[in-house]
Design a protein around this ligand. Structure first.
Ligand code: NZQ
Ligand code: ZN
Length: 386
């Protein structure tokens, strides 16, 4: 294990009905001007908007609405939120939605406290925010685990970059698995695959030797795989939703990453694919992972073999280590097809090779990946994804 400090996680209220029980007492601790942030309107259809508005009114808050936060939130939307927060002297931001709403609000919370452009500040001057409007998150869709950390993935359309920024950490988080029952099935599956991806991206990082973080990760991976299959059979079962929701939070609360340099090469490629195509995050990852792993497994063969045995229950009795490792990747590939996620870029309407070259050239190369890829290799991988 590498050395670490682990001290920043939000208070989590988990379970059915926790919002009504806990939001009122939390609201007593914040100022009057509350920004209620949400996405494209699912909160209104599900009734959650009315429920939260009722609690805010009861607490006599002055509500400033910040709505229409899109999937893969743009920096322009962040700017809109910062302006609104400054104009209304917002004291507290309540982000209600999936990863997109929560990420957008993390940067609004930071950007509203400064008088410079936060994108420039972070990417050009490498300065990071340390003052924030207090933020809390109500997760309505699971998968990203965005509610548990202070990283935000924002798309800068002018610069054609989808990149991780440093923003606010939620002070508290409401996780009610019953809220996720209305998420469209495709999003449920792609979200849950995102959780599996976060686990794999952590597991295959460095050091490769097994350690307690990786053994916890193995059990979460098994749990996610089992519950994806279960949720497809029983979409209305809240218990299954609760497993997937907590898997999602655990994968991104930092716990699994302790003592490790994470990989996240698949994410870096997917983010740039997102910058150019606005594709769904989990779907993009499903397409990239098996192809990427076929390129790198030889550099981390023991771990890929362990992944096959521990996560996919591959019987390695008559197999070499390399055959075992390959079998694990094959199982992952088959699972992606079994759960109806796309395996090729064509399936999500992407065929433009020139654009893929730009995606490859603008993708970050990660230190934690078993093999340091070149931009040409990333292009090759993307062509294999077609
Ligand atoms: O916008 P609304 O109308 O709310 O609809 C959303 C959206 O269309 C819908 N939805 C959410 N909750 C619902 C619901 N529909 C019905 N009932 C509900 N209860 O679901 C759709 C997708 O929502 P979105 O927030 O975009 O999805 P997700 O949670 O997958 O977030 C994706 C974003 O998170 C980033 C991704 O890159 C992407 O931008 N990520 C953030 C991470 C982080 N901060 O830690 C880590 C991830 O790796 C990821 O990169
Ligand atoms: Zn992700």
């Amino acid at each position: 294990m590498k050395d670490f400090v682990y001290n920043k996680i939000p208070t989590v209220y988990f379970g059915e009905g926790v919002l009504k029980k806990n939001l009122p007492k939390e609201l007593e601790k914040v100022g009057t001007n509350v920004m209620l942030a949400y996405g494209g309107g699912s909160v209104k259809k599900t009734g959650l908007y009315d429920e939260i508005m009722g609690v805010l009114k009861q607490a006599q808050k002055n509500v400033i609405e910040f709505s229409g936060i899109m999937s893969n939130p743009t920096y322009n939307k962040v700017r809109e939120g910062i302006k609104l927060a400054k104009e209304n002297n917002v004291d507290f931001i309540l982000a209600v939605g999936g990863g997109s709403v929560i990420d957008c609000c993390k940067i609004v919370s930071a950007g509203a406290k400064i008088n410079e452009d936060i994108w420039k500040m972070e990417f050009r001057y490498k300065k990071f925010p340390n003052e924030f409007i207090k933020l809390a998150s109500v997760a309505t869709a699971s998968g990203t685990g965005a509610e548990m950390n202070n990283g935000a993935v924002i798309t800068n359309e002018d610069e054609k970059l989808k990149a991780g920024m440093v923003g606010a950490l939620s002070d508290f988080v409401i996780l009610d698995p019953s809220y996720t029952l209305t998420v469209p099935e495709k999003q449920v599956i792609s979200g849950a695959f995102d959780t599996l991806s976060h686990c794999m991206e952590t597991y295959f990082g460095k050091p490769a030797e097994n350690n307690v973080s990786d053994e916890i990760t193995e059990s979460i991976m098994r749990n996610v795989i089992r519950n994806i299959r279960e949720v497809m059979k029983n979409p209305n079962d809240v218990k299954i939703r609760s497993e997937l929701m907590w898997d999602s939070s655990l994968a991104e609360c930092g716990l699994l990453k302790l003592g490790k340099i994470t990989d996240f090469q698949a994410h870096q490629i997917e983010h740039q694919l997102g910058a150019y195509t606005n594709c769904n995050h989990g779907q993009g990852l499903a397409i990239i992972h098996p192809k990427l792993y076929r390129h790198i497994y030889k550099e981390n063969i023991h771990k890929f073999a362990r992944f096959a045995i521990e996560v996919w229950k591959v019987d390695n009795k008559d197999l070499s280590e390399e055959e075992t490792a390959k079998k694990g990747i094959e199982k992952l590939d088959k699972f992606i097809k079994e759960i109806g996620l796309p395996s090729t870029l064509k399936e999500i309407g992407i065929t433009d090779k020139e654009m893929l070259r730009k995606v490859a050239d603008s993708s970050n190369i990660t230190q934690g990946c078993a093999k340091q890829l070149t931009h040409d290799e990333i292009y090759e991988i993307l062509l294999e994804c077609l």
